[in-house]
Design a protein around this ligand. Structure first.
Ligand code: FRU
Length: 496
């Protein structure tokens, strides 16, 4: 094989070629995306040399998934991001067909140590005869240039899926979980341990999804939150049930108790991390101040994404979110508090009542904004408390609402400009509705009542200004407060 240096040069040229014809109608203002090309899972989230390091699965040669590289961006404050060179490319036999997902930790001797899955197709071409997947290690002195050390965990005999190492340290011991498809086709999380970061020993199968349809758990994560432990994972194979599991790919979690050397005791059922169309492969990290942060991937493996055809880029990460554990053992997620620094030109609509069957124009062009809406539901009779988002002159828009009949907070793309339609909804009951809605140029993230639930979906508007409206149906809306902030670009050099 050619050296990694040569592969990385080719990859950068691939991105530059696509960049020349990139279309920006839906390119995000305040979400991480590749300059051009395809991205999926966030990888290697870490804090190293006083900067947040965010890597991601990246195909630099097209807007489709392909031989995986690790793209890279970094930030000192979680708000303003710098583009870094592509960090890793396939270059050794073990990762011949892809440098798959993984994580990063800082070693005691001050290196950024990366664990990832080296991926090969068994037949050399595609998945028909299964995968050959091993866990690999790479190290970096500066966080930018990586030196591969090769395979550190071989694939046990007979496993066709074995990937996505997530590493952490508890006490003096390093732990690694990854996803596996067992010999009898059950989705499992395997746990290994190490004292020296190089030699890894099997500890146990720490979790198995009880659903017999689930054959593989992608991108597992295992981390303490409050006084519990969370196992996050992305089950492959479950059937949709009501509002749950409607996407080709869905991410969820269970909460329980765990101590080193012991079993994991599950204390909750499986729950979705997010109820929207486009949230997958989340990975968490610890911020220097001890907060648990998460980034998810907004994309789709199964349905075409509107940017794929002509725009030269595909996929973005969610904004960073802070996780906390609710008393009900639900994981709550809000935008990282740093993100308020992106706000500018705030428009304050104060408190008011919207009459029955009315549309109130809030902004004529709201392509990258944050909406903060507080509603007294005890004084609200509207069947739905609605926001028309990305509303273009032709009338197309995406409908975000609280539906008082279904008791759900919904993103409905029935009338969206381009792309996949369908609706999704998170459960909500209560007398007071509090929504934070992040609207970027091609996406919407809704945070319900302090992050009890979230709903994350693409939204691709048609040509023209993108208006924002508040809308009522067959009743009135008692707005306690409503503010809309413009959000500025996250890029250090404003190349979007
Ligand atoms: C999940 C995933 C991972 C894998 C990577 C490949 O989105 O399929 O399991 O490592 O993407 O790009």
């Amino acid at each position: 094989m050619t050296t990694m240096k040569e592969q990385l040069e080719r990859a950068e040229q691939g991105v530059d070629t696509l960049l020349r014809t990139r279309r920006d109608r839906w390119y995000p203002t305040f979400h991480i995306a590749a300059k051009a090309g395809w991205i999926n899972d966030p990888n290697g989230l870490s804090y190293f040399h006083d900067r947040y390091q965010v890597f991601f699965q990246h195909h630099p040669f097209s807007t489709e998934w392909g031989p995986m590289h690790w793209g890279h961006v970094s930030s000192s404050d979680l708000v303003t991001w710098r583009r870094e060179p592509i960090a890793m490319a396939p270059s050794i036999e073990a990762d011949r067909d892809g440098v798959f997902s993984g994580s990063a930790v800082v070693s005691d001797d001050g290196k950024l140590v990366v664990y990832y899955t080296g991926h090969r197709w068994r037949n050399g071409v595609n998945e028909d005869d299964g995968n050959l997947q091993v866990q690999c290690m790479a190290v970096s002195d500066d966080g930018v240039n990586f030196h591969k050390l090769g395979t550190i965990v071989e694939c046990p005999d007979g496993l066709l899926h074995f990937r996505d190492p997530k590493v952490w340290r508890t006490g003096d011991t390093w732990y690694m979980v990854f996803g596996a498809c067992s010999a009898d086709k059950r989705g499992q999380v395997w746990l290994y341990t190490s004292q020296d970061m190089h030699t890894w020993a099997f500890d146990r199968v720490v979790y198995e999804d009880p659903d017999p349809d689930v054959f593989m758990l992608e991108c597992p994560d295992m981390f303490p939150l409050g006084d519990k432990w969370v196992i996050g994972y992305c089950p492959m194979g479950p059937r949709p049930q009501g509002y749950v599991g409607r996407n080709g790919h869905n991410a969820g979690y269970v909460v329980g108790s765990w101590q080193p050397g012991k079993e994991f005791h599950q204390e909750t059922d499986y729950r979705l991390c997010d109820w929207g169309h486009n949230y997958y492969a989340p990975q968490t990290m610890l911020a220097p101040d001890g907060r648990r942060l998460v980034f998810g991937w907004m994309g789709s493996f199964t349905l075409p994404v509107a940017t794929q055809a002509e725009d030269g880029w595909c996929g973005q990460l969610t904004v960073p979110r802070e996780l906390t554990l609710g008393e009900d053992l639900h994981v709550h997620a809000v935008p990282a508090r740093e993100l308020t620094a992106l706000r500018e030109d705030t428009v304050d609509f104060g408190s008011f009542e919207l009459g029955a069957n009315e549309d109130k124009l809030l902004l004529e062009d709201a392509e990258d904004v944050e909406i903060e809406l507080e509603v007294d539901l005890t004084r609200t009779t509207s069947e739905r408390v609605g926001l028309n988002v990305h509303k273009t002159p032709d009338g197309h828009h995406t409908f975000v609402c609280y539906d008082d009949l279904a008791h759900r907070v919904v993103i409905d793309r029935r009338d969206s400009g381009k792309g996949d339609r369908g609706y999704r909804g998170a459960p909500f009951t209560g007398d007071h509705l509090s929504l934070r809605v992040l609207v970027d140029r091609g996406s919407i993230e809704v945070f319900v009542n302090g992050g009890q639930e979230t709903v994350t979906s693409f939204s691709f508007p048609n040509e023209g200004a993108r208006a924002l409206e508040l809308t009522s149906e067959s009743g009135t809306i008692a707005v306690e407060s409503l503010r809309v902030h413009h959000l500025r670009t996250i890029w250090e050099t404003p190349d979007r």
